[in-house]
Design a protein around this ligand. Structure first.
Ligand code: EPU
Length: 414
């Protein structure tokens, strides 16, 4: 439950990135021994991925906050059960590492979700180029690979998940692999850094061409997860609708250059400070235009948060979603709070209003849930955000962090 709050002030520490931590956890399958991951967020999706690894035969412990130890003593069961994959699509990240180490993988075929159909055809065809074969049996994708052999793979689209799966398979394939039109997200570079530390030879991660020289063995190592740029966007959006002055610790300004520029256009002043960012906002946000694109473009995950801000901006804004065409489930919920948004295909026209009005709303997914929280911070009265379990999938103690900054957020247990 969130009520209209005054300006937000103070310091907040940003957690490690969910979308990196989940893939680093999957990469632990690639080497026997004890892996230590730091800056791992305490969120529901990380717990689900721990369940996937345990089902496969690894041991996962959380000996200290933000630390995770993954023990791999061999004897893996190459199977990710439906109950877990159905709850978290990122479980498909075990496909590449399992094929590379065990030569077999059985992973439930992920269905559609709130963003519409989300196929994994590029993961599969890329792995086929490395020598894997797949068949669909009783809803599971069953992959086998007697040996993986390096190849040149040109992706039709820079898919994050496909790039990661191919990277994790190619590090143990025989010979050289080149991934062309690779995704360039900071989380890909983080995965490559982890793999290189394990003994892999990955060059060019973070650019659209990645070259990998396969090695026979990798070793368990320690690594710290890159900060979560999506959590940064969430606090900046909260600041934009509430006003105030924040310091965001443990962030990487170089990972959010376009976000900083777009938020600047909306009236938020942001500068790098120490290991983080200083940000200040006074007055009503300015209307602007937003277009999502693969990194280094504006992330699709930022859009619901920024649209929540533009709902109360001083004019008409335009937004285009290019990554997940069906990702507008939150628009109807914002409309229930008085937002004036028109959807035209994959475009939004947002007419800023002076104020939103609190209402019961339902979070259809993680970022949409966070966007509704942001909208609630500037809405008159009280907003009840149902479906809070979606928010828990990606955010560590968001209500505590917001409350510490002066927001009125209460968690209701249901
Ligand atoms: N696509 C295909 N075929 C494929 C793979 C992708 O058609 O084989 C399409 C998708 O349907 C989509 C587009 O390509 O239209 C982009 O998908 P991508 O593979 O890049 O996304 P993803 O790996 O499934 C990750 C994040 C998402 C984030 C997207 C885009 C994780 C666990 N998830 O998903 O994060 O929105 O990249 O940046 O890393 C979130 O954290 O809330 C979240 C949804």
């Amino acid at each position: 439950m969130v009520s209209r709050s005054g300006p937000l002030n103070g310091e907040v520490s940003i957690s490690g990135a969910k979308n990196s931590a989940l893939k680093l956890m999957a990469a632990c399958i690639l080497a026997e021994g004890t892996h230590t991951l730091d800056n791992v967020p305490d969120i529901a999706d990380v717990a689900l991925m721990a369940g996937v690894l345990e089902a496969i035969g690894l041991e996962v412990e959380r000996p200290a906050p933000a630390r995770m130890v993954v023990r791999h003593e061999g004897g893996l069961q190459p199977e990710a059960p439906y109950e877990l994959v159905e709850r978290m699509r990122a479980s498909t990240a075990v496909l590449g590492p399992l094929l590379a180490t065990v030569g077999e993988a059985r992973v439930a075929m992920p269905g559609g979700d709130d963003f519409g159909a989300r196929p994994i055809d590029m993961h599969l065809s890329g792995l086929e180029s490395l020598g894997a074969t797949f068949e669909l049996s009783h809803g599971d994708i069953c992959g086998t690979a007697e040996r993986l052999v390096g190849a040149e793979i040109a992706l039709d689209y820079p898919s994050v998940g496909a790039t990661e799966n191919l990277l994790m398979a190619a590090v143990r394939a025989e010979g050289h692999t080149t991934i062309l039109n690779a995704a360039r997200e900071p989380e890909i570079a983080d995965l490559a850094a982890f793999l290189n530390r394990m003994g892999a030879t990955v060059l060019g991660a973070g650019t659209s061409r990645i070259d990998i020289e396969g090695v026979e063995e990798l070793r368990a190592v320690s690594h710290s997860v890159v900060p979560d740029r999506l959590e940064v966007a969430t606090f900046l959006a909260a600041l934009a609708v509430s006003g105030g002055e924040l310091v965001l610790r443990n962030t990487r300004a170089d990972h959010i250059e376009l976000l900083i520029e777009r938020m600047g256009a909306m009236g938020v002043r942001i500068s790098p400070e120490g290991d983080g960012l200083w940000a200040m906002c006074r007055g009503r946000p300015h209307a602007t235009s937003l277009v999502t694109l693969p990194y280094p473009g504006l992330a699709t995950d930022f859009l619901p948060l920024l649209v929540a801000v533009l709902c109360v901006a001083d004019g008409t804004s335009f937004a285009t979603e290019n990554v997940f065409a069906g990702r507008f489930g939150y628009v109807g919920e914002l409309a229930r709070m008085g937002a004036r948004i028109t959807v035209e295909d994959h475009h939004l026209v947002i007419e800023g209003v002076e104020s939103l009005s609190g209402a019961p709303v339902r979070a259809p997914d993680i970022r949409a849930g966070a966007a509704l929280l942001v909208a609630g911070l500037c809405a008159e009265g009280t907003t009840e955000v149902h479906g809070g379990e979606h928010i828990d999938r990606g955010y560590e103690a968001i209500h505590d962090k917001l409350t510490a900054l002066g927001a009125h957020v209460e968690r209701l247990e249901t």
